[in-house]
Write a protein that binds this ligand. Structure first.
Ligand SMILES: Cc1cc2nc3c(=O)[nH]c(=O)nc-3n(C[C@H](O)[C@H](O)[C@H](O)COP(=O)(O)OP(=O)(O)OC[C@H]3O[C@@H](n4cnc5c(N)ncnc54)[C@H](O)[C@@H]3O)c2cc1C
Length: 308
């Protein structure tokens, strides 16, 4: 059993930022980083919107810097995947895949989220080669090219608006006629001349060998299919918080699996905090994750200092 003051689950921007604040408060901190220490940013080449970098920074470099910063401050980073969290007061017991156990006075859940994908033919092979789940991040690479956005919520509509500023044509594909996006955003999209909508349509297949060349769409009413050319497909059909392992732990999740937190990143269990994309339905960005991680780190450190 490894004893520590604070165990952070997740080594993405939220977990690393939390660790920096906790370690600098004199709290012994371990990060269990799971299968992808570094988190989602490892999937992207150029990050241009993280404050403090004059030029775009590769995702792996930004995360490598964060890990080195944590280590310099004495934080231990492991690749343990936590599968169980037990206890309703400190110390909490955490079990990793393989059986290793931790005991911690406080816990921060910073397990992030993964994109919800379409699950259609061609999609998996062309991820990173025209198929993306982040228009804010990857849209710039499609400047001057025709693109498609799939989804009917605010993310899809905002992605379409964002892309319409840099792409000559944006096709918004949605499986219904009604939208979850708010009326104001829908109106803006409708008034943007280079965005066209294909409603009652689903993507049947992503086309392309090395890069995306288009998609096969099926109209769910008429059942007719059509090939629509495009260089990029932005999937915005939701995100999946990586919190399934918390079922049964007593930590409260919302119906979509997000960890419920208050303004101090506290969960319903005293001593368990959460931050980053696993708590965030709207602003899934690295700088936001780092910000909520900082809050969790500060609050968890205060909690530890009161309880040891
Ligand atoms: C392709 C792509 C490009 C992006 N580009 C940008 C961009 O340019 N700018 C920007 O601001 N944002 C970008 N984002 C969004 C950004 O990556 C996320 O908002 C940010 O990474 C969230 O940070 P996080 O720490 O909450 O979670 P994540 O980065 O998802 O990290 C989660 C961490 O938790 C770990 N983990 C999960 N479950 C467990 C477990 N059970 N046990 C142990 N560890 C676990 C994972 O291994 C990982 O280390 C992009 C996202 C994607 C997918």
């Amino acid at each position: 059993m490894t004893q520590t003051d604070l165990l952070i689950i997740g080594a993405g921007p939220a977990g690393c930022s939390a660790a920096v604040y906790a370690a600098r408060s004199g709290v012994k901190t371990v990060i269990a980083g799971g299968a992808m220490p570094g988190g989602q940013l490892l999937q992207t080449n150029d990050i241009e919107n993280y404050a403090g970098f004059i030029n775009p920074v590769p995702g792996y470099e930004l995360m490598d810097n964060m890990h080195k910063q944590c280590k310099r401050l004495g934080v231990e980073i492991t690749s343990d995947e936590i599968i169980k969290l037990e206890g309703d007061k400190p110390p909490f017991t955490l079990t990793a895949a393989g059986g290793k156990q931790y005991q911690a006075l406080a816990v921060i859940i910073a397990a992030g989220a993964g994109a919800r994908w379409l699950g259609v033919k061609g999609e998996e092979n062309l991820k990173g080669h025209g198929v993306s789940a982040c228009a804010t991040c990857d849209g710039f690479f499609f400047k001057g090219k025709e693109v498609m956005v799939v989804g009917g919520g605010n993310t899809a509509f905002e992605d379409a608006l964002f892309l319409s500023q840099i792409c000559p044509k944006v096709t918004l594909v949605h499986r219904r006629e009604g939208f979850r996006a708010d009326a104001v955003t829908v109106e803006k999209v409708k008034n943007t001349p280079n965005i066209s909508m294909m409603l009652n349509c689903v993507v049947e297949e992503v086309l392309g060998e090395q890069t995306v060349t288009g998609a096969v769409l099926r109209n769910v009413v008429s059942q007719e299919t059509a090939q629509v050319p495009c260089a990029g497909i932005f999937v915005a059909v939701g995100a999946v918080p990586q919190t399934a392992w918390l079922q049964g732990s007593g930590v409260e999740l919302d119906p979509s699996g997000l960890v419920k937190v208050d303004a101090h990143q506290r969960t319903n269990i005293d001593g368990i905090f959460a931050a980053g994309d696993c708590t965030e339905s709207e602003f899934r960005q690295a700088v936001v994750a780092a910000g909520s991680g900082a809050k969790a780190g500060i609050c968890a450190a205060s909690f530890v200092n009161l309880h040891r």
